[in-house]
Design a protein around this ligand. Structure first.
Ligand SMILES: N[C@@H](CCC(=O)N[C@@H](CS)C(=O)NCC(=O)O)C(=O)O
Length: 211
């Protein structure tokens, strides 16, 4: 049995949307951040970093969003959420998954949790501002790369588009949100129109404006 440890709107949203795209039965297990449950002894056994998400597949336990996404894409290849292994398209897909996780997703960590990056709390606002400026540049580059293509991989919808959608969504509170970039806005609109995405958002109670 597949089970996803999640908190609404967190990085768990990517595997959650994928599970609904795949259409396989799975269980949702809330990690209540209001109770700091991600740092509980029980959860730390699943992810010693105390971060969300974790995927459990029977006895197999996996943390790191992109590792979970790749596992799901490869376990259910018929869902077409990643191109076939060993192809150039797969290399492109891997590029986007790695780029999105180690560039904007990592930068968001500094934007959402600037206090983790300083010793003196007074420096936290400057760290957040720096992260924001870098995020603007990153989204501009992603938008240039996307151009007027339907999806990051052209005609092929993939988990990378779901990932980008989640990152666009996370920036909705920034002074210049990613949705103000036309190419990114168009991609997010296409993603949100997907029934599987709609049901994931609804199940997590994420209401408009979603991004
Ligand atoms: N690299 C990790 C980062 C996960 C992460 O930062 N998760 C956030 C939620 S989006 C979290 O658990 N925050 C609560 C905390 O750090 O205590 C991954 O992609 O799985």
């Amino acid at each position: 049995m597949l089970a996803l440890y999640y908190y609404p709107g967190n990085a768990s949203l990517l595997p959650h949307m994928m599970l609904r795209e795949i259409g396989v039965p799975f269980e949702m297990r809330l990690v209540d951040r209001n109770q700091n449950a991600q740092k509980s002894a029980e959860y730390l056994k699943l992810n010693p970093n105390g971060r969300i998400p974790v995927l459990v597949d029977d006895e197999f336990v996996l943390f790191e969003t992109v590792a979970i996404a790749l596992y799901l894409a490869d376990k259910f290849p018929e869902a077409g959420l990643a191109p076939a292994l060993g192809t150039k398209e797969r290399a492109e897909f891997n590029k986007w998954m790695v780029h999105l996780t180690n560039t904007p997703q990592a930068e968001y960590r500094a934007w959402f949790y600037p206090h983790e990056h300083v010793i003196d709390e007074a420096a936290a606002p400057a760290v957040k501002q720096g992260a924001e400026q870098r995020l603007y540049r990153m989204f501009d580059v992603i938008s240039e790369q996307l151009g007027d293509k339907t999806w990051l991989l052209g005609d092929h919808f993939s988990a990378a588009d779901l990932f980008l959608f989640m990152l666009i969504r996370w920036g909705r509170g920034m002074p210049r949100p990613p949705r103000t970039i036309p190419n990114l806005n168009a991609l997010a609109e296409r993603v949100i129109a997907r029934p599987a995405v709609q049901s994931a958002l609804e199940a997590e109670g994420l209401k408009a404006p979603v991004f």
